[in-house]
Design a protein around this ligand. Structure first.
Ligand SMILES: Cc1ncc(C[n+]2csc(CCOP(=O)(O)OP(=O)(O)O)c2C)c(N)n1
Ligand SMILES: [Mg+2]
Length: 153
């Protein structure tokens, strides 16, 4: 959903921001690797906005960030599952939807991120997020932020 949300709701800005998207072979594969490559080459701050299921699918790519000291901020939009499927008619099939379509992961992302030597931060509100971006970004390598939608909205 993050890329679709961006497509629908991003405001027009005059700021010089470069946006990249990743289609992959089938959608959610290779997203972290693509962002890592961009971050490794870019002189600007690089942010990746990604859903929890897509992030989980891309976990092994996190080791590259640490190994090559790539400075990438990952904003993990965690709604515990594939929220996109809630927009489809299949969401009405109560018996099968949770297990086979939404597939909630119930993962502890803090532990996962730390096991890849990443920095983890779970902001409590929107103010926290902008403060973190402004102050800390330059000094923190490979920070991973968990943006838990259920808690903030
Ligand atoms: C390799 C691959 N496997 C499965 C899919 C099908 N698929 C599309 S979106 C999605 C779930 C995305 O969930 P998440 O990243 O949490 O984003 P949300 O919809 O919750 O915002 C899946 C499994 C895909 N696109 N690519
Ligand atoms: Mg999700």
């Amino acid at each position: 959903m993050p890329i679709r949300d961006f497509d629908l709701f991003a405001s027009k800005e005059n700021k010089n921001i470069q946006i990249f998207t990743n289609r992959g072979a089938s959608g959610i594969d290779g997203i972290v690797s693509t962002a890592s490559g961009i971050a490794a080459q870019s002189k600007e701050k690089t942010f990746l906005v990604i859903g929890d299921l897509a992030f989980y699918h891309n976990l092994t790519a996190l080791s590259t960030l640490y190994e090559f000291k790539i400075h990438l901020t990952i904003i993990l939009v965690n709604n515990n599952g594939g929220g996109i499927f809630k927009m489809l008619p299949v969401a009405k099939t109560k018996n099968h939807f949770e297990r086979y379509f939404n597939t909630p992961l119930n993962l502890d992302f803090e532990k996962i991120v730390k096991s890849f030597n990443g920095n983890y931060y779970a902001p409590k509100n929107w103010k926290n997020i902008s403060a973190k971006f402004k102050k800390k970004h330059k000094s923190i390598k490979g920070i991973i932020m968990l943006l838990n939608l259920e808690r903030i909205l």
